[in-house]
Structures are given as C-alpha cells and as structure tokens.
Design a protein around this ligand. Sequence first.
Ligand code: NDP
Length: 461
Amino acid sequence: MAKYDLDLFVIGGGSGGVRAARLSAGLGKRVAIAEEYRFGGTCVIRGCVPKKLFVYASQFPEHFEDAAGYGWTVSEASFDWKTLIANKDREIARLEGVYRKGLEDAGAQIIEDRAVLLDRHTIQAGSRTYTADKILIATGGRPNPHAALPGHEHCIFSNEVFDLPELPKSIVIAGGGYIAVEFANIFHGLGVETCLVYRGKEILGRFDMDMRRGLHEAMEAKGIRIHCQEHFTEIEKRSDGRLDAHLVSGKVLTADQVLLALGRIPNTEKLGLEATGVETGKTGEIVVDDYSQTSVDNIWAIGDVTNRVQLTPVAIHEAMCFVETAMKSNPVKVDHEAIATAVFSQPEIGTVGLSEDDAAKKFDEIEIYRARFRPMRHTLSGRQERMTMKLVVDAATRRVLGAHVLGPDAGEMAQLLGIPIKAGLTKDDFDRTMAVHPTAAEELVTMYKPTYRVKDGERID
Ligand code: NDP
C-alpha cells in the first residue's frame, strides 16, 4: 500500500502548475491538480494572451494610415469593442480546453476547487481530503490593489480591463511598468484618450535608457500624455459617473476609467501555509531555494507566487526544473540569467541581457553599438517613427552583454537574440554573421564601429 494517495498534488492551474502536473503525470506518477477558477492561469485567461490579442486590435488604425502611402484608399474604419471581447473570449475558452485536455491525456486528476493545505502532506479540496508525497504550489499572483489609496475601489485592474462592458472614451493609467505601458498603447490605439501617470523619472525604469526614452518619445508623439514624478492622492467619483484622479502636484485628471497597474502580489493568503511551516517573505511570497524547494522539504513552489521573475516562460522553466529535480531525482537549478523579454508597446521593446547602465557598473569598459533609423516600411508610409538597435559589449572579452531593440517585431527579435547572448557569443561572432537583406534586424550584424565607449562609468566618444 502506498503511504499517500498521490505522488504529487499541484495547487494552481496556470502555466507553471499545468506544465509540472502534465509532465509528472506523463512519467506515470499519480498526480492531481486543483484550480479554483479556470485552467490557464493569468497568462491565458487575463494576461499575456488576451493582452496580445488586444495589441493586434489596437494596431489597425496605424496600418490603415500607413496603407495610403502604398496606394491604398481605406474607407472610414469603425471598431466594435464587443466583437473583440467575444472573439477574445472564444479563443481563451479554446486554449483553456487545450490545457485541460493536455492534463487529462497525461492522466492527471483534475480538481475544480480551491485547495487548502492542512499539513505538509494533506490537502483539502472541496469536501475531499487528499494526501500527497510532494506538493507543488503554483498559485500565481494578482494585481496589487493599493487599498491605501482613497477611492481605489473605483479603479480597475488588469483583471477587469479584459472584460469592460464598454470601451471608455478616456482612461488614466497609473504605473510605469509592463502593464501600464502596454495598456496605454492599447487604449490609445483603440481611440481612447489616454494618460499615463508614473511616480519615477522615466517609464520602464529597469530597461535600457535608449529603449525607455525612445518609447517615451514615440508614445508622446502619438498623443499619449505621460506625467512622470507624479502619483495619485485620491480617486473621486463624480456625479456624472466619471472619475477625478487627484495628483500629488495638485492636478486633477478626469476620465471614464482609472487603471491601476502598480505591480502584482503573490497569492499566498488562506492557503494553509501556516499549517505546514512554509516560510514566506516580505511581500507574502513563498521563499524557495535555487531548485524551487520551500523551507518544508516535500513542498515546492514555482511561478509568480515565489516573486522571483514574474514571467510565464520563467514559471514554465521553473516547472521543468522542478520535474527534473523532484520527480526524476535529477537536480536542476533554475537559471534566471539573461531572460529575453518584450514589452508589447507600440513601438515594441525586445531586450535580453544587461542594459548599458548595468553593464557599466559591472565591467571596466564597455562598447556601445547603436543604430537609430527609420524602418524601410515607413519610407512610403511617411510615418516618422524611428527604430533603435543597441548592443552592449564587454571591451575586454568582446562578449555581447546585452541586446536591445525598439521598433516593429522587437519581441520576435529578442527571442532570437536570447540565443547568442545566452551562449556568451562575442561581437566578432555577430560580425561574422551574414545579414538578411532587406530587414531591420540586419542592423544587428552590421554595426561594425562602436558608437561610443564607457570606461569606469564615464562615456568616451
Ligand atoms: P511592474 O513591476 O512592471 O511595474 C510596476 C509599476 O508600478 C512600476 O512602474 C512601479 O514603479 C509602480 N509602482 C509600484 N508601487 C507603486 C506605488 N505605491 N505608487 C506608485 N507607483 C508604484 O508591474 P506590472 O504591474 O506592470 O506587471 C506585473 C508583472 O507582470 C511584471 O513584473 C511583468 O513581469 C509581468 N508582465 C509581463 C509582460 C510581458 O512580458 N510583456 C506584460 C505584463 C506583465 P517603480 O518603477 O518606481 O518601482
């Protein structure tokens, strides 16, 4: 008789949890996975996937404008928010089905209920109790509600933004990170009067300076208003149903909706963690080691609930390392180095490795290769938007430390740039690579001379 009902109980059916459950069940392990809402988690249901669909929707007005230079006459276009929402919902339901089927086909038991830990081997889900040798917590995170902000209850968050009954005429968005910036561009593209309010000096503070400044300029040139070094003191509901966002400077911004995109917090409340002794950190995140093992040796945690790097592919990578380590007895450390990432702004940012500022702090001398140009597509369209490519190179070893792209398809390029940066290739390897012509990406292998160098933190031209 087995000591426990299950080899593995996974709590949370998002990208990380589903991957771990599916792979473990595929190994012949007895696996159950509990999800209280919908399989797919943040990414599929109310994150990356619907966001990207919204990005596509919001790009059409610029495509229509650009078409004129190529000889097209596009009759007056109109947009129907409800059609977009309905089609998005259909696609998400399809993906949810794919996730579910993958679990079923692998032989995992699906539990559609909230799971709570009773002790280090026992889980309550609905009216049933299960025992498991190992437990994996992959409960993700949720938008920081900013409950201390007076009037926060009038605001929407990234969860609600995907299902608004009406497209607002105007919106104020708080934050300067991925979500705030992406949604500022989405709403602007859909014709909404959009204003971004950010507490710091420059949006996307952790990105390379040329990326964040270039994007800031491009967004303002489109007509998105950006207020930096500002924050809300209160959100007030007016008698006409609109909202007044009061800023610390005394300004008042009036809009139909206010979106707070001020980071996300881990879902660790009411999980029964205290009954197990699993340690949590300052923001409520589950503390794990390099292998995603918690302070209780049969309990593991992956993804946003651990608040390491809040990205879907990272949660999936952590899931795969977990399966190797815990289910196949082949310890594999999670590798968080040089993660390629994209901001689906308009223009897009694609980036991997070190920014110029970070590289200058770590290396004695670096070389910056930078090209700023108007993409060929915009020659006939007449659009003035420019594209930026940048490589950050260690002068001593010639290793490419970081690659940054601002412009069309930057996210796609970041994925491929992730390979040479991860492999530790040098600028000479880039130079030896033949260009694909005519593309924008060819700039990445044809920037032969450094634009400038940075030595001991000082720029030398
Ligand atoms: P981010 O961490 O990217 O940004 C949070 C923003 O909120 C920052 O600009 C931060 O300012 C600001 N902020 C935090 N607290 C306050 C406060 N008290 N008052 C005012 N401003 C505040 O979080 P997001 O919510 O945008 O996104 C959450 C996560 O989801 C991201 O970390 C990202 O990993 C992931 N994501 C990834 C996407 C992608 O891959 N394309 C898309 C969307 C989300 P400051 O910079 O000063 O700290």
